[in-house]
Each structure stands twice: as structure tokens, then as C-alpha cells.
Design a binder for this molecule. Structure first.
Ligand SMILES: Cc1cc2nc3c(=O)[nH]c(=O)nc-3n(C[C@H](O)[C@H](O)[C@H](O)COP(=O)(O)OP(=O)(O)OC[C@H]3O[C@@H](n4cnc5c(N)ncnc54)[C@H](O)[C@@H]3O)c2cc1C
Length: 447
């Protein structure tokens, strides 16, 4: 097993760092040994692809990097297709593996560079009210506890399994999960610009008509980009040359805007943000309809600049007020000549989750995220005020992996938190799988 002493770890967005011994196991046996060795020295954090903004990973103990564990094979669950995948595989690995076998995942993240272990740990998701998060697609898992013992968990383990399906890496290290898959189906995809009031006023109808809905609002514009997808029997016409050119054009524009123009604007001329935002929809999407296999339709986005991203899941009934509070805040700050949001506000819709600590636990949610460049002036002020606006909604819960302020306000929003902590204490009585942030702010285990 590879061990890198005093490894200098930084996260994807470069807002977090720590120095820790890094273990790189290559199989279950080495993973158990890594937990035992690291556990003798102090605390342990499992590590995926370091894409989280919140301080889930930084530790004064050791890191166990799952990056060498990326194997997968096809299996079945209850007669339906499933994939057993090791936790270090990326969502991209998994998407490619399923695509090649005529299968698709439901609710995968759009961004594919995150690891399966990291996605499950925070109940990551795509969109779709008929299903829920990636954690809810997990039907079995292999978990190594603080003593290095192996647990094979499934629905038969009841609430313990629902604790492990979104554990924030605080129950042990997940070695592999078995995820349900679906025979590939086709989606009819409509990209439309619709007036903001029509979208928000007609949300129930939109959600009843389309199985998969995503909404994008570029600040200071009057319309929303609506990505509306429903299943169809129509054949995949394949991408025409015109489609490929359109895709290349929007990709180039998004890449240049996100990596060049917007960061510069945010730093030197934020007052030009409203004007640039009028162009943003035209540069980011082309209205139209297409038929595509689901696994291709879900992964339409390619350009991912480093950015700030905060996201809250609000009960479905609060989706419209949450949107209006968000738009209202951005416009209110603009009247005071402050333009902290220069990328996009994005909404997805997710069904109730069984995972005890999933933001969607127990009810369907609208996941609303606000994304801005790292250089945007007053982004910290905006996120402070937006957190207050979202926390004023009784059932709102933040995404665990995104930028997260006020973690102490979160515990009381999870009715199953005590049950989760009881399972945690049973598997890890010495608190090896904690860091200071989880222990003090999130779980509030120290007075
Ligand atoms: C550009 C971008 C786009 C994103 N898009 C989406 C999206 O569409 N939907 C969404 O829901 N989220 C999204 N996210 C957030 C992302 O899903 C989470 O931050 C996720 O946890 C990152 O996974 P990771 O592999 O980088 O894990 P890390 O950030 O390395 O770790 C996150 C947590 O997972 C734990 N963990 C990792 N591996 C294991 C394991 N094997 N066993 C136990 N615990 C483990 C860690 O201990 C930590 O607590 C996005 C993030 C980025 C940067």
C-alpha cells in the first residue's frame, strides 16, 4: 500500500487545505490495514476527488484516498440490472461503463469528476421527482468500520443502511456500493426560454408534465432557461453536423465566459454584470428539441470553472417563494451597486430520500444553487444573506458538499440526526471518523 507522509492536500476549488499522512489502498485487505494503521495514530478522513467546498475532508489526522479502487462489474438486484462499483471510481467511469452495456443511471450528477464514494457520502443528485439521490440508488455496500471490520449492508439492515447511504464519511470507509441501473431509455429534451413569472407560477404543471426538469436563471434577465425532459419511444436521430457545431459554439462561449470574461468582470467591473448577463443565455444554450439516450441527455454540460457554489434543498411547496427570495436578494443588492452573483441560479427537483442525512430526507425538494466566480466582489456578503433567507424557510437544508455557512443551524433540521449519531457511535466509538468541523459544528458532540 502506498503511504505518502505529510501530503499537502488542497480541494478542487482551492479554498481548503491540510497536511496529513495519505494512505492509498489497492484493495479491501489494504483498506482494512490502512484504517488500522491510521487509526493507531489518530483520526481518519476518507477522501474522494476533493470536490467539496465544505470542510468535510480537512483533518489533523490521516487521509485514506480511494483513488486506486475503481473496479466495477455488472450484477443484478431483484432481477433488475445493477453495477457493483468501488468507491474511488468517478461518476464518469460509471456513466461510461453503464452506457457501454445499454444501461443508464438515474439522477447522476451533471459534473462527472466526483467519486462514487464522495457522491454517496453527501447524497449527491441530478434531477427527477420520481426518484431521489444517488444514495437512494444504492442497494448494497461494503463498509470498513473504525476497527477495520467489514460490514456488508443492505436494506435488510434497516436504518443502519439508511445512515450509511449518506454518512459524510463519518461512519467508516465505503469500499464499494451496488447501484441500481435502468435499461437505457430515450429522452425528448426541450431547451426553452420562458418568462420567469410563467415558470414560477406554472411550476406544478411543468413538474407534472416533465419527469426531469432543470431551471437556470441568469441574474437580471426576464426569462429562465428551462431544460425539460420526458421519456419517449422516438429513436435517437444522432447529432447532426449543425448540432455538433452548436455544441462546440456554446461550449467555447461558456468556457471563455466562465474562465475569462466573468472572473475579470467580477474583479474589475462588476457594474457591467447585468449587461453581460443579457448575453449569457444566448451564449450558453440554443433553444430547440432533440431526442437523446438518457445517459447522454443528463450530461450536457462540459465547462466547469473554479467557482463558489452554495445550494439549499427546500420543500417542494416552498420552491416558488425560495426562488423569489433569491431573485429579490440579487436585485436588492444590485440597487446598492453590488453584483456578487455573476454566473447562474440553478434549480433541480428531487423526490424524497430514505437516507437519514440527505437534504431530501422524507420529502421532495427543489434544490436551488447559486453559483458565482471566485473573484466576484461581495460574494461572501451575498452568501451570508442568502443563507439567512434560506434558513428562514423551515424545512430548508443545505447541500453537505457545497459552500456551507452556519453548520450549527443544520442539526435541528434533521429529525433522524440522533438515530444517525447512535449508529455512528456504535461503529466508531472512539470518534476516529470525525474532524473538528463535523464534531463541533455539525454534530455538536462537544459542549
Ligand atoms: C463542479 C462541481 C459540480 C458538482 N455538481 C453536483 C451535482 O450536480 N449534484 C450534487 O449533488 N453535487 C454536486 N457537486 C458536489 C459533489 O457531489 C460533492 O461535493 C461530493 O461529495 C464530491 O465528491 P468527491 O469525490 O470529490 O468527494 P470529497 O470532496 O473528496 O469528499 C466528500 C465527502 O465524502 C466522503 N467520502 C469520500 N469517499 C468516501 C468513501 N469511500 N467512504 C466514505 N466517505 C467517503 C469524504 O470523507 C467527505 O466527507 C459538484 C461539485 C463540483 C465541484
Amino acid at each position: 500500500m502506498q503511504l505518502i507522509p505529510q501530503y499537502k492536500w488542497r480541494n478542487w476549488n482551492d479554498n481548503l487545505a491540510c497536511t496529513a499522512d495519505l494512505y492509498r489502498p489497492r484493495g479491501l485487505h489494504e483498506l482494512r490495514e490502512a484504517v488500522r494503521q491510521a487509526g493507531r495514530k489518530g483520526r481518519i478522513r476518507p477522501l474522494g476527488n476533493s470536490c467539496s467546498w465544505s470542510p468535510l475532508v480537512p483533518t489533523r489526522g490521516s487521509l485514506i484516498d480511494l483513488g486506486q479502487l475503481r473496479g466495477m462489474h455488472e450484477t443484478s438486484y431483484d432481477g433488475a440490472p445493477a453495477i457493483r462499483v468501488e468507491a474511488g471510481a468517478t461518476v464518469r467511469d460509471l456513466v461510461q461503463f453503464t452506457q457501454a452495456r445499454g444501461l443508464t443511471l438515474i439522477t447522476p450528477t451533471i459534473f462527472q469528476d466526483i467519486s462514487v464514494g464522495g457522491a454517496i457520502a453527501v447524497a449527491a443528485h441530478g434531477t427527477g421527482l420520481r426518484t431521489s439521490t444517488m444514495s437512494d440508488e444504492v442497494v448494497a455496500m461494503t463498509l470498513v468500520d473504525a476497527r477495520g471490520e467489514v460490514h456488508h449492508l443492505s436494506a435488510a439492515d434497516g436504518p443502519l443502511f439508511d445512515a450509511a447511504r449518506c454518512s459524510l464519511g463519518a461512519l467508516g470507509v465505503v469500499h464499494d456500493v451496488t447501484m441500481r441501473c435502468w435499461p437505457e431509455f430515450h429522452l425528448h429534451v426541450e431547451d426553452r426560454m420562458i418568462a420567469v413569472d410563467d415558470v414560477l407560477g406554472g411550476l406544478p404543471d411543468l413538474l407534472a408534465t416533465y419527469e426531469f426538469v432543470e431551471l437556470y436563471w441568469f441574474p437580471f434577465t426576464e426569462t429562465m432557461w428551462c431544460k425539460l425532459m420526458r421519456r419517449t419511444e422516438e429513436p435517437d436521430a444522432g447529432a447532426t453536423l449543425a448540432d455538433r457545431l452548436k455544441f462546440a459554439f456554446t461550449y467555447a462561449c461558456t468556457f471563455a465566459s466562465c474562465n475569462g470574461v466573468l472572473p475579470l468582470l467580477g474583479r474589475v467591473a462588476p457594474e457591467l454584470t447585468p449587461a453581460f448577463m443579457q448575453l449569457a443565455p444566448r451564449l450558453s444554450m440554443t433553444p430547440g428539441c432533440a431526442v437523446a439516450p438518457a445517459s447522454r441527455a443528463f450530461h450536457y454540460q462540459r465547462a466547469y470553472p473554479r467557482c463558489w457554489d452554495m445550494s439549499y434543498g427546500v420543500p417542494l411547496a416552498d420552491a416558488e417563494p425560495a426562488w423569489r427570495r433569491t431573485i429579490g436578494l440579487i436585485e436588492h443588492l444590485a440597487r446598492a451597486a453590488s453584483f456578487p452573483v455573476n454566473m447562474v441560479v440553478h434549480a433541480r427537483f428531487i423526490g424524497p430520500s430514505a437516507a437519514l442525512l440527505a437534504p431530501a430526507h422524507g420529502r421532495a425538494i427543489c434544490d436551488l444553487e447559486v453559483v458565482t466566480t471566485r473573484s466576484a466582489r461581495d460574494a461572501d456578503v451575498f452568501y451570508e444573506q442568502w443563507s439567512a433567507e434560506m434558513l428562514a424557510i423551515a424545512g430548508a437544508r443545505p447541500h453537505w458538499g457545497k459552500y456551507l455557512l452556519h453548520p450549527r443551524a443544520v442539526r435541528e433540521r434533521y429529525p433522524q440526526m440522533d438515530a444517525f449519531l447512535a449508529h455512528r457511535a456504535a461503529l466508531d466509538p472512539r470518534g476516529l471518523f470525525l474532524n473538528d468541523w463535523l464534531e463541533d459544528a455539525v454534530f455538536q458532540l462537544r459542549p
